[in-house]
Design a protein around this ligand. Sequence first.
Ligand code: ZN
Ligand code: ZN
Length: 247
Amino acid sequence: MAPRVPIDLHIHTALSPCAAAEMKPAEILLTAERAGLAVVGLVDHGSAGNAGAALRAAPAFEPRVLVGIEAESTEGVHLLALFDTLEAVADLETVLAAHMPDLPNRPKVLGEQQLVDEWGEVRGVEDRLLVTATDLGVEEIADLTRARGGLCIPAHIDRSVNGLLPLLGFLPPRLEVDLLEVSSALTPEQARERWPELAGRALVTGSDAHCLQDVGRAVTWIPPEFAQADLEPKKWGEAVARELLRA
Ligand SMILES: [Zn+2]
Ligand SMILES: [Zn+2]
């Protein structure tokens, strides 16, 4: 088989209350570079507050950087919404925020939500509760992401907590996504055996890293020419899906 390079599209920053404070964009990107990752996705629950810092830090490092939000649907399903511009991800963040309850975070119980800059300095904390569901359906979140040129990937679809298949029991027929993420607990082949409806669907896996040690712990392999493809994330996801299904 032609040489392939690893990508990890599901890495949290320190803005996620469950993530370690060491998860600053530059540290994540340095770790990703050392792990040989060609493309990374940096996300946080319900917010893109560290996306600007990640995009500003990105040119100093090898991996192509996508930034995004891990959104939660009204059904409790997690979906990654990945972008390559701050404008697009900030626009989605605004829409999602209007569909989330305005509740305070409980840092002592849930963890602190740190806003950092590209140099790793803590610039503040987000007081709003970010790990919470929107009142939007899975299809709506996918549509909102695609409408902004973003790549929507239902996250850890096999997981009983916040995973699409255990929660809904099926793939919604109107859900327009090109890639689906299985957790690191099983391989795409094992997922296909367990859920026959995944036949013909392109599956990726990602680390869902909350600490530096886990960055690149689970990856998807793609041809190197796809890594630097100059396509908007939505089109890039379509191309990667076609390639994964062809392989
Ligand atoms: Zn999740
Ligand atoms: Zn996650």
